[in-house]
Structures are given as C-alpha cells and as structure tokens.
Design a protein around this ligand. Structure first.
Ligand SMILES: Cc1cc2nc3c(=O)[nH]c(=O)nc-3n(C[C@H](O)[C@H](O)[C@H](O)COP(=O)(O)OP(=O)(O)OC[C@H]3O[C@@H](n4cnc5c(N)ncnc54)[C@H](O)[C@@H]3O)c2cc1C
Length: 480
C-alpha cells in the first residue's frame, strides 16, 4: 500500500461525479464534490471515471439479470492510454478491474464488486479495412464492422448469431457459430491483439510475438490482460443467403444429419435447433448457403438426409439480413418486455459420442414452464482440428457439439434452473465434455482449475507474469 497523503491533487474534473482520486482510508473514490485533502492522485484522463449511481447500476447487471455486483467506478476511456493509467492506478491501490463490452454474458462475467469496470464500448473506432483484415478498437460492435465491410464485399469468417456484441467481448470468450465447423471460432481468426496487462503495460501480441500472452488473452475472460485493439481476418462476402430447413422427429435423427453435413461441407452454416411446442419439443436443422451467383448453391442439398418427408422449407435474404436475424429477434423480445427477465443460459460442449443420449435425456426432462417466449435450444457441430486456441476448452473428440439451452425464465424459476445447470454441467463434465464460459453455472475455483486443464499451469504462469497482483478479470471467479 502506498503512502498517498502527500499527493493530493485535483485534475481533469468534468462533473461532480467524475472521479479525481481514491481515498485509501475510506476505500472510496474522491469526486470533485467530495474532494478531501488526502487521496491518491488519479492521473488526468482523456475520458472519464465516474461514480454516478446510474452508471454503477448499469454495469452491476448483465444479460443474465441474475448476478448484481456494484463497482465503485466506471471508466469510459477516451484513449488506450486511459486504460493503461487506470489499470496501473488500480494495481497501486489494490482495486480490481473488469473489461466490459456489451455485458451480454449471463452470470456476472463482466462485473467487478467494489472494483472498476472499464466500459470498452467507448473505444469503438474501425481503424482500417484491407482486403484480408480489419484493425478495430476493442469496443467496436460486430454489426458496425459488418456495415462497413459488407458493402466492400468482405466479412469476418465467423460471426456470432447476435452481432450487437463487442469484438473484444466475444474474443474474450471464443465466439462460435454454425460456420465454426469449417472456420473455427472467432478467436481462431485473429491475427494480432493489442492488450493492456495487469501490470499496466501496453503489449502487442500474435502467434509470432508474445505468443503466450496472445493465447492467454483469446477466450481469456480478461484474466491476464484487457484487449484494446484487434486485427481480424476478413474473407470475401457473398451477396445472398439461402437457408434450407428440415424437420425431425427427435434429437438423434437430427444429429445424424448434422454429422453427415459436417463431412459433406455442403452448406456454409449449419446448426440444429429445438423449440417447445404444445406437442412437445420440435427438432429441426438449418443449412445456409452464401452465394452471389445461383451456380454457387449446392446442386443436391438434400442428398442423404433423413428429415420428415415434405417438411423442407427454404428462405432467401441478403447476406447482411441473414447476419441481422437475431438482432431483429432480440429487438422484438425487448419490445415485448421479455428482455428484463432472467436468462440463465447454459452452453455445453458435448463429445460427439455422447450427445445423442445426453441431449435426448436432457430435453425430455426440461420443464416447458421454464421456457418463456424467445427460449430455444441450439446444436452447433464442431471439428476439433479446426480449433487452435488453448483457452477455448472443448472435448477431446474430433466431432463434438455445442448444446445450448437458452432459456428466458420467470424470476421465481432462477434458483431451480441454476441448480439444473450445475447438475447438467457436472454430468457433461463426467462424460468428457466442457462448458462454454458465457454460461450461467455456479462454479468454484476448483471447477475452473479442472475446466482449463491441461492448460491450467500455463494460464497460472501467464497470470503471474502479466497480472501478478490479480487486478484483472474478477467476474468469473477463476482467481479468487
Ligand atoms: C442474444 C445473444 C446471442 C449470442 N450468440 C452467440 C453466438 O452465436 N456465439 C457465441 O459464441 N456467443 C454468443 N453469445 C454470447 C456472447 O458471445 C458473449 O456473451 C460475449 O461475451 C458477449 O460480448 P459482450 O461484448 O457483451 O462481452 P461482455 O459480456 O461485456 O464481456 C464478456 C467477458 O469478456 C470480458 N471482456 C469484455 N471486454 C473485454 C476486453 N476488452 N478485454 C478483456 N476482457 C474483456 C468481460 O470481463 C467478460 O468476462 C450470445 C449472447 C447473446 C446475449
């Protein structure tokens, strides 16, 4: 702890709730309004550090609406230098720091009890777009990047279903989709990062430079560094999207066709889905082809598939409209007042040899009363050989599935759904599965150790090297 009594100084004051220093004795921030004689000087910032209660409340919540941890300040950085300064200041004053994008993880991952939350959406410039890459600030929203690249005939290879998420937010968890069975996750399509470590050092990293930091930052939950800029791979974008939808009587028959399609690579994007209906859960599969000329469409899209005869549907739209489908869905759910309900989402990576039985049993046991409108189940197929980043932990089989149970639930159902999530997490873990870290699953440090094996040792050594005082990444509780 520092002796700070001699360094009282007021600088960079923008508003009464804007922070100018930290009172070590009272463990509270000093604002212009409360400025006392003795506090740790906060260096002048290009942006603002605020203690405004509304700003604190906004980041003490997330898409899950289950965990609420109130920080003591929110930084809206005006520059990368602000991130450096605040991380150094926090380290010197024993305060924890969480990077936050759109706060769309479900279980407090982006929150910091009595810490500082850095609202990375304030850093949102697209720096450059070239024929095969874009350089963007961490807080750029994928949808805004698409609005720039699609008119140029370019797209990131892998997009999340919902694109109103930040680049660094999804790169801090993985970022997967129905294209991942070909292109890997979003973290596999990053060429370079600029990060601020827990020591407050601005470092450039890539496969060729500071590789261990690069690998710890991608899908790294902000544990070792705050991502401030990323260079992302771009590929040519087609103009249109055609989706074929096929219905099945049960999960195994749908999964069998998903397996066939993994091998065939017939569609650009594939996923399975399930939704509750009055007659029970319906299962269907969607295969989407991106094309400019109709000659690029698959010549025999249904070859070898065993869907319910006559159930096939076809939909056509532009490529951008396709990438925007979930944005429209979320907007309509919010308009219907469903956005404020809890979302205890569960996302499990299940070994391909276990998914048929595990998914069938799990879906059969789900209570439809815990499925408010907008809830659904997704199945994304993966090939392990297309994934390269060690922090995105997945099962040891070449073919595995992301099994997402995405529920919007009544408030009174949260505890029982969280207990069910924990039970399913354990069952899947015991089958050789892993979980996707965006999920709402109550976990202890021992669970995290197991989760990151066999990479845990490397993560710990990178943490010691880059964030020796455990300033960063308090939300998930990996390093308590
Ligand atoms: C409707 C919806 C659809 C989704 N669809 C998909 C999908 O198809 N595929 C998929 O993979 N995921 C999907 N997700 C999950 C989503 O990818 C993650 O929740 C993602 O983390 C959200 O990005 P965000 O900007 O909100 O990040 P946040 O939730 O704000 O942050 C996520 C984590 O990253 C950390 N973090 C944030 N910014 C930084 C930074 N700059 N540096 C270091 N750490 C940082 C946070 O502390 C936190 O631990 C979906 C989520 C929603 C709500």
């Amino acid at each position: 702890m520092k002796d700070i009594s001699r360094r009282a100084l007021l600088k960079g004051i923008f508003a009464t709730s804007v922070v100018v220093g930290f009172d070590m004795a009272g463990r509270s921030w000093v604002t212009k309004a409360s400025a006392a004689e003795t506090f740790a000087e906060l260096p002048p910032l290009d942006g603002t550090l605020t203690t405004d209660p509304a700003a604190l409340a906004a980041v003490a919540d997330d898409f899950g609406h289950i965990i609420h941890r109130t920080p003591v300040a929110v930084l809206r950085p005006g520059s990368v230098e602000d991130v450096v300064k605040v991380v150094r200041f926090a380290r010197a004053n024993n305060i924890r720091v969480a990077g936050r994008g759109k706060g769309h993880t479900a279980f407090g991952q982006s929150q910091a009890q009595a810490g500082v939350v850095i609202d990375m959406t304030a850093l949102n410039q697209i720096r450059s777009v070239g024929p095969d890459r874009a350089v963007v600030d961490a807080g750029v929203v994928w949808r805004d990047l698409l609005l720039t690249t699609v008119p140029l005939g370019l797209t990131p290879p892998v997009l999340t279903d919902y694109t109103r998420l930040t680049v660094a937010g999804t790169l801090s968890v993985g970022g997967v989709s129905g294209r991942s069975y070909v292109h890997g996750a979003q973290v596999d399509n990053v060429l370079e990062l600029q990060v601020v470590t827990g020591e407050g050092e601005l470092v450039t990293c890539s496969e060729a430079e500071n590789r261990s930091l690069f690998e710890a930052a991608l899908a790294g939950l902000g544990l070792c560094a705050v991502i401030v800029r990323a260079t992302i791979r771009l590929i040519p974008a087609r103009e249109r999207a055609q989706t074929q939808r096929f219905f099945y009587p049960d999960a195994p028959s749908m999964l069998a066709d998903l397996r066939l399609l993994i091998g065939a690579e017939r569609f650009d994007h594939i996923r399975g889905m399930s939704v509750p209906t009055p007659a029970g859960f319906a299962f269907f599969l969607e295969g989407t082809s991106f094309y400019t000329s109709p000659a690029e469409l698959p010549s025999n899209p249904t070859a070898g598939l065993h869907f319910i005869p006559g159930s096939q549907q076809t939909e056509e739209m532009t490529y951008f409209e396709y990438t925007d489908l979930v944005v429209k869905l979320i907007d309509s759910l919010n308009e219907a007042g469903l956005g404020g309900f809890p979302h205890p989402w569960l996302d499990l990576f299940v070994p391909g040899s276990k998914i048929d039985d595990f998914a069938s049993r799990t879906v059969a046991a789900l209570d439809p009363a815990t499925f408010l409108p907008g809830s659904l189940i997704l199945f994304y197929p993966f090939r392990k050989s297309r994934l390269t980043r060690p922090m995105l932990r997945t099962p040891d089989e070449e073919v595995f599935f992301l099994f997402d149970i995405l529920r919007t639930v009544p408030h009174e159902a949260v505890d029982s759904v969280l207990a069910e999530n924990r039970r399913l997490y354990e069952e899947n873990r015991d089958l050789g599965g892993r979980f996707y870290t965006i999920s709402a699953v109550p976990l202890g440090t021992h669970d995290w150790q197991k989760h990151f094996q066999p990479f845990w040792g490397k993560l710990v050594s990178e943490k010691r090297r880059r964030d020796p005082d455990n300033v960063l990444g308090p939300g998930p509780g990996v390093f308590a």
